[in-house]
Write a protein that binds this ligand. Structure first.
Ligand code: DCP
Ligand code: MG
Length: 348
């Protein structure tokens, strides 16, 4: 849900006198928060910091749209140093977006410690995010991904014999680390995958592997979708955002896990599970392997160059007014008139 829509990366000239700033502020939550920080800095005589916060707030005021993700701010000047650091720490919590971070900053909450102490009502995801902050901000290694894969395979094999589990996302592209581990699960017999996710989740939970989970049910209907409303949304599969409790084996990964207490018996790892019917598997596989930019460019190519609409469920050809079937990624590239590019070469 937090990663569905495409977002614009803003770029702004660095002097306010080069920009047009109206009273139409689309980022009041953030700018109010930054203004408050500026005031506090000025009151305690830190004028330099005060000006820095004011510049950051002004840069946000000039944006044409609300900021929904921190990565959009790459090209916004003056959002350096402290402002960005505060926002970064707070949005670094799983389940916390820019809006929530802005609200907290507005309430004077600038650090994890203050957040823990002040206790605004956190939702379930945010509580898990705060509790496992360090683990969830520590990259997941390949060996850890393999260990998670073994668990997911055991779960799938146990609740639906014959189910196929595929590692997707960055690890399928050959990355050595990732922020999470992504899996696509299907069954070779169409329809057998229906209702799989709740069973999978309760098996994992009963075995003590889940610290947090949120499951979305499948809401994709090809007929209802139609070409008019292209299914570009990634949220329509049965999908589970979770935090796994992964036992740490001696000698595996573990950098930074030790600390004072020696190696810990487990670490928290974000795991994304997606279930697709086998008829959509190739589209799901292509759509969830990434990179995000590669996916975006595939959809842009499909639309602009081929008059087609590609999603992680289907490929619709507007010229022929019909869906094009595919049972492999190779076939989808061929439909799109593109040379096949293997996962390891999709790291755009
Ligand atoms: N994806 C996408 N567009 C979205 C959401 C997801 O194209 N809006 C696809 C591409 C991603 C894959 O899903 O590669 C998995 O999403 P991640 O956010 O886990 O991205 P990666 O696995 O590529 O990166 P990381 O290594 O940080 O997990
Ligand atoms: Mg990933």
């Amino acid at each position: 849900e937090q990663q569905t829509e495409e977002v614009e990366v803003f770029s702004t000239p660095s002097y306010a006198c080069q920009r047009r700033t109206t009273l139409d502020n689309h980022n009041a939550v953030l700018t109010d928060a930054l203004s408050l920080l500026a005031e506090n800095a000025e009151l305690s005589g830190e004028d330099g910091r005060g000006v820095a916060f004011r510049r950051a707030a002004a840069a946000l005021k000039a944006l044409p749209l609300p900021v929904t993700r921190l990565t959009q701010l790459g090209g916004v000047p003056c959002l350096g140093g402290h402002s960005l650091r505060v926002i970064k720490v707070l949005t670094g919590i799983f389940g916390v977006g820019v809006k929530t971070a802005g609200r907290w900053i507005g309430e004077g909450i600038l650090t994890l410690r203050q957040l823990r102490d002040s206790g605004p009502t956190l939702n379930r995801a945010q509580r898990a995010g705060l509790r496992h902050y360090d683990d969830l901000n520590r990259p997941v290694g390949r060996a850890e991904a393999a260990a998670v894969a073994a668990v997911v395979e055991a779960a799938a094999g146990s609740v639906l014999p014959g189910a196929r589990v595929t590692l997707i996302g960055g690890f399928r592209r050959g990355k050595q680390t990732g922020h999470d581990v992504d899996f696509l699960i299907t069954h070779p017999e169409e329809g057998r995958e229906a209702g799989l996710m709740p069973k999978l989740v309760s098996w994992l939970d009963s075995q003590g592997f889940l610290l947090y989970q949120k499951t979305n049910s499948n809401s994709y209907l090809e007929a209802a979708e139609g070409p008019a409303r292209p299914a570009s949304n990634m949220d329509r599969f049965e999908r589970c955002f979770s935090v796994f409790k992964l036992p740490e084996e001696a000698g595996r990964g573990g950098a930074g896990a030790g600390g004072e207490g020696g190696p810990r018996p487990w670490r928290a790892v974000r795991v994304d599970l997606v279930v697709s019917p086998v008829s959509q598997f190739a589209f799901a596989l292509l759509g969830w392997t990434g990179s995000k930019l590669f996916e975006r460019e595939l959809r842009r190519w499909a639309g602009h160059e081929m008059n087609m609409c590609l999603s992680s469920h289907a490929l619709y050809d507007h010229r022929q007014s019909r869906y094009l079937r595919a049972s492999s990624e190779e076939e989808i590239f061929a439909h799109l008139g593109l040379e096949y590019i293997p996962p390891s070469e999709r790291n755009a």
